[in-house]
Design a protein around this ligand. Sequence first.
Ligand code: ADP
Ligand code: MG
Length: 401
Amino acid sequence: MTPILPGATIGLLGGGQLGRMTALAARVLGYGVRALDPDPFCAARAVSDEVLTAPFDDEDAVIRLARGADVLMPEIEQISTRGMARAAEIVPVRPGAAVLEIVQDRARQKEWLRGHGFPVGPYETVSTPDEFVRAVRALTGASIAKVAAGGYDGRGQASVLDPLHAEEAWRAIGGRRCVVEQRLSLAMELSVCVARRPSGAHAVYPVSLNQHEQQVLAWAVLPAPISPELARQARALAVDIALTLQVEGLLVVELFVTSDGGLLVNELAPRPHNTFHSTELACATSQFEQAVRAICDLPLGDTTAARPAAIVNLFGDLWLSDRAPPFDEALAVRGTRLHLYGKRARPGRKMGHLVAVGETPDAAVAAVHEAHRRLLGHEPSAEELGATARLRAGNDPEDNE
Ligand code: ADP
Ligand code: MG
């Protein structure tokens, strides 16, 4: 396998904040960057040599990007896999169409996981209102419906408290093919980021502990303050999945730890992930640089957390009050870093994040919360920690993560 060395051009399929941060890391390493995104003002624009403006399902646009790049990498799941498969005849596409095909459809992803013996919670795949009601009846207690294609950050999801509310929930998600999952009692949520080179070597980051509010990530800390045994199990499970999928690039595995101590796979993301933004401060090699190294088949970087780091997400609501967010006050908190994505503010939209380091995971969480509190001017409510529920019903067409 020949490495794709600095000086070459990386083609990003998607130009959202994950594309932007990957582009920044690629630029540091001396790569050129081109991105494909439907929004000409996408987050990656400011740090890319060129943005090719086209919808994600435009096969020919994927080919055009391939003609102007040395390797392609998706930063969002909803890319045309036919386009990716065709592009792979021109340049390497990493991760490739086969992985994206499994992951981009929630039902297919869960079937793949279950079929390969990986632990998932009880769920049913449904396509009609009758099947929906039957699934809600068959699952114990409350359930959560999630559209099979295109949901993210809790969007395209509806809670179903009992079978009486099934029809309402079916309508809320737009009567689309979906998975209905049993609502689990969670002790905590974890994630693991695995990088794998095409020539085979892999590297795995320490486990992240993630706090969601209203189905959206509010904060996360790395390394997770959990028992070494649980961390070992979580990492082994994620590596097993990445190797079985033969991912070329990154794979992030979201995990549930249930109240009775079970470890289940929630979902997979074959790309950089919100919960590993803290690797920019915690580790010698950030997840973004690691993604670039992996897709270019370069030696993978050190994944050790030299010091704990925590992140909080910043949502658009912060920009919509009558005063500008006092970033100066937040940055006065020792060990804090601000990362803004250059996006236009809208309620519930992810606009940036804060990271803080600390001597211990708890200290890192306390520092990042202090910086966040200063930005908000008060203790964050659950609404402010998560996004607002306002946009939850449908997808936000201008966003892509
Ligand atoms: P997204 O693609 O929006 O991240 P997820 O399936 O990861 O969708 O769901 C978002 C969050 O909602 C999870 O991180 C978790 O906090 C909560 N959640 C999702 N499914 C379940 C479930 N079956 N039981 C309990 N909580 C859940
Ligand atoms: Mg998720």
